[in-house]
Design a protein around this ligand. Structure first.
Ligand SMILES: [Zn+2]
Length: 384
């Protein structure tokens, strides 16, 4: 074996052992050896290294059947922290997350639609520093920051190519935020960050094939295929909002005609509603539905139809075990769930129906922040 390969394998083994201790603690060295197939000697060596690096500690002694004592292992939850950030049109959220994925500190700030890029970064930096001071977390303990936001993101370089919602174009966010804060920064689309949280502790926990669909002011999805985020060639895989469902339909902000978003996004629902009634916000439309106004019932019935069609198309393309629906429309208008489920039953191709679970995100408002922080850990942690 080449020296490079040996080093890589050593690193992978170490990561694997640490992951197992983190996820299955308290656990004995013997159990880790059984799970990994590595020799007890190797496990003892790796555990020793991880202990020296401050990740792993010995906890209680338990009696193992024949009267021998076995020492169990656990991780230090405060060995490091990551910072998860969500930037949306009208709100910025920040959370400090510990090594075992608990949000230990959280803050949300309003954002004015006219607020410019550098002001948002400045505010973000101040908020991060305040939260660190409040929890007495030293700079060396912070592994890095991850930001989730709506838009087309160059994930590798941390560049926001286009975010219509934020009004940003070709913004070098990873670099600029690093300059402000001094921390390493990664950037990704908000739904890709959120599905990491779903995969870590939400509705797609430990799932190998899952889809998260976001339905609200924007329409999109994120995919986990074979246990990993599926990005496609330019990180745009999952952008279902711009799949065309009617070539003779409505004009989309992207310039095409008949995109899915033009039927189910908040703006689309509002635009159609205003042809009938002078509604101020999406909440007014939902209220009109609840009052039994037929125009609102019709518009939202059509919305549920198109959502169900989108779900059935996603299932045919990716065959996931779970599809999670999230976003403001689902949150503010839970009545739509029943309609979506009924129509899914009608539209989904039989062979796919049996296996798939259609569920709703449990994260209310911290999913992106948590997922981002977990993703920062996954990406930035280098054990060597
Ligand atoms: Zn479009």
């Amino acid at each position: 074996m080449e020296k490079q390969d040996q080093l890589l394998m050593k690193k992978q083994n170490k990561n694997l052992v640490l992951d197992i201790i983190k996820n299955k603690s308290p656990i004995s060295r013997m159990e880790i050896s059984k799970i990994t197939g590595m020799s007890p000697t190797s496990i003892t060596r790796i555990v020793h290294e991880l202990h020296e690096q401050g990740f792993v500690r010995e906890t209680e002694l338990v009696t193992s059947g024949v009267g021998r004592k076995a020492t169990l292992l656990d991780v230090y939850d405060d060995v490091l922290y990551t910072i998860g950030v969500e930037i949306d049109r009208l709100i910025v959220k920040v959370g400090i997350v510990n090594y075992i994925g608990e949000i230990i500190s959280f803050e949300s700030m309003t954002r004015d639609v006219t607020e410019n890029y550098s002001d948002t970064l400045e505010k973000l930096n101040n908020c991060i520093k305040e939260l660190m001071t409040e929890k007495d977390i030293r700079t060396e303990k912070i592994l890095g920051i991850a930001v989730g936001l709506p838009g087309f993101i160059d994930y590798k370089n941390g560049i926001v190519k286009v975010s219509d919602q934020l009004g940003w174009k070709n913004a070098n966010l990873a670099n600029d935020l690093k300059k402000h804060t001094g921390f390493e920064v990664i950037v990704d689309n908000e739904l890709k960050m959120k599905i990491v949280a779903e995969n870590f502790m939400g509705m797609a926990k430990d799932s190998l094939n899952a889809v998260l669909v976001g339905i609200g002011s924007g329409i999109g999805s994120a995919l986990i295929l074979n246990g990993e985020i599926y990005r496609g060639e330019s990180n745009n895989a999952g952008e279902i909002g711009h799949t065309v469902i009617d070539p003779t339909g409505n004009v989309c902000s992207c310039g095409k005609i008949g995109c899915l978003a033009t039927y189910i996004s908040e703006a689309a629902i509002l635009a159609d509603s205003r042809k009938v009634k002078d509604v101020q916000s999406i909440d007014d439309v939902f209220d009109s539905y609840r009052n039994g106004e037929s125009w609102a019932i019709n518009i939202l019935d059509r919305t549920s139809t198109y959502i169900a069609l989108a779900i059935s198309n996603i299932l045919c393309l990716y065959n996931p075990e779970v599809i999670i629906l999230s976003g403001n429309t689902i949150k503010k208008f839970p009545e739509i769930k029943e309609a979506i489920e009924k129509k899914c039953d009608l539209y989904i191709w039989e062979p796919l129906k049996e296996k798939v679970k259609i569920v709703y995100s449990m994260f209310t408002d911290r999913g992106v922040v948590l997922g981002a922080a977990i993703q920062a850990q996954n990406t930035l942690l280098d054990l060597e």
